[in-house]
Design a protein around this ligand. Structure first.
Ligand code: NDP
Length: 391
């Protein structure tokens, strides 16, 4: 039993709050805090259990530490933005409270997301005897656990991993992103990158693509991107020779993105506008639909999983582990679309395993460093069942 402080009341924060509320035997009390408190109140209003709500600017370490103390939190779930990761980790260190997030650190003026700064805090977390769990969403998160599960049960060595993320849903809007638009567009417009034979290889943005026949969805074109779980998996999966990440996009989405880039709307540097300085991408975020608003009319499914090839008992083996999630069912359950749902459920499960002691440690951990079995079991129980196929 414990008290959970959830920071960030966006699409993912809503799902985490709903899912924690469904497990009162673990999450005894819940506080949802964010920059705009009315968003916390709206989410709390959807839930029968009492949810405490607070306004917080999570960049302010002292204010966050005071809130952690005042509420008496036993764990902090950070589902605000990657910009806040280091500040919230500092507040956890100051108060001696375990930390969990779903996206690695990125600074506002540089879209180079990475684990470096968070890994460097490992010593401080060890010294404080507390655990920080990094990337407990779907990708990163469940995809790391799928790899760890395959490493534990199906392979002596995994040589090739292809992580494939397909969203075949339709939300009826001409252009919208499924999670925070600013973070999403920064990720997609970066150069592609993958790891092969010990080194990182770079590709032009969205230039490498191929079709794949996704179970329960059909053939979709998927594009090579750099994704953060690759950085930790290359360290932690034995015998790895190559790892790549692929995401599907429709032509309509890509055309909108190209136009926005061509006219300068995805720039992250400041421009002068009517005597004020504005960042075009932040302005674009303000006019695009909020990810949390997409759920109501979203139809279709997501399929996210890992295709893995390697060796077991001297013989070649190939396994595909994936989850299928239905946008409409997510909305019926927690008033959210499947991208927020597939991120929020693993965040709740990670926190549950930490609070119950099934996952424990001192320092900073990526998901694949912990025993995958209890996590895989909880995915089946809490709405994200998975399938293993021999290929
Ligand atoms: P949203 O933009 O919908 O929500 C972000 C929330 O954080 C908003 O409520 C926002 O407040 C709040 N926030 C922003 N800055 C601060 C601050 N300084 N202090 C307090 N609160 C703040 O994003 P999502 O819910 O879609 O995404 C949340 C996180 O989940 C992101 O880090 C994203 O990268 C990650 N993610 C991870 C995935 C995975 O599979 N691992 C997949 C999808 C998302 P306000 O309303 O005032 O703007």
């Amino acid at each position: 039993m414990g008290k959970v402080l959830i920071i960030g009341a966006g699409g993912v924060g809503g799902v985490v709050t709903h899912k924690c509320a469904q497990v009162p035997e673990v999450f005894e009390e819940i506080c949802l805090a964010s920059r705009t408190v009315s968003k916390c109140d709206d989410i709390a209003g959807q839930i029968e259990r009492p949810i405490r709500t607070e306004r917080i600017d999570a960049m302010d370490v002292k204010a966050t530490a005071s809130l952690i103390r005042a509420f008496g939190a036993d764990i902090v779930i950070n589902v605000a933005l990657p910009y806040q990761d280091l500040a919230i980790m500092e507040a956890c260190l100051e108060t001696g409270v375990p930390y969990l997030d779903t996206a690695n650190y990125e600074s506002e003026d540089d879209p180079d997301f990475r684990y470096k700064e968070q890994w460097e805090m490992g010593g401080a977390f060890r010294k404080k005897n507390i655990m920080a769990l990094l990337g407990s969403g779907f990708d990163p998160g469940v995809t790391n656990v799928f790899c760890a599960y395959a490493q534990k049960h199906f392979f002596d060595e995994i040589h090739y991993i292809d992580i494939m993320d397909c969203n075949a849903g339709e939300h009826g809007k001409a252009f919208a992103t499924n999670f925070n638009p600013e973070i999403n567009i920064r990720e997609i417009t970066k150069k592609g990158k993958y790891w092969e034979e010990g080194e990182w290889k770079f590709t032009e943005p969205l230039s490498v693509h191929r079709p794949f026949d996704f179970p329960e969805i059909g053939e979709r074109e998927m594009y090579l991107l750099y994704h953060e779980e690759e950085e930790s998996l290359v360290r932690n999966i034995k015998g790895l020779k190559r790892i790549r990440f692929w995401m599907t996009f429709g032509q309509e989405y890509l055309t909108h993105l190209r136009v926005l880039q061509n006219v300068g709307m995805t720039r992250i540097d400041e421009v002068e506008y009517e005597g004020k300085k504005i960042v075009p991408l932040k302005f674009l975020k303000a006019v695009l639909p909020e990810p949390s608003s997409l759920g109501e009319n979203y139809k279709g499914k997501t399929n996210i999983g890992c295709m893995m090839e390697g060796i077991k008992d001297g013989k070649p083996s190939k396994k595909y582990i994936y989850n299928i999630c239905d946008h409409e069912k997510c909305y019926q359950e927690v008033k959210s679309q499947a991208i927020s749902y597939t991120t929020g459920v693993p965040a709740m499960i990670g926190a549950m395993l930490m609070l119950t002691g099934a996952w424990k440690g001192k320092g900073v951990f990526n998901m694949e460093q912990l025993d995958p079995d209890p996590f895989m079991e909880k995915l089946n129980e809490h709405g994200l069942p998975w399938v293993v196929e021999d290929r």
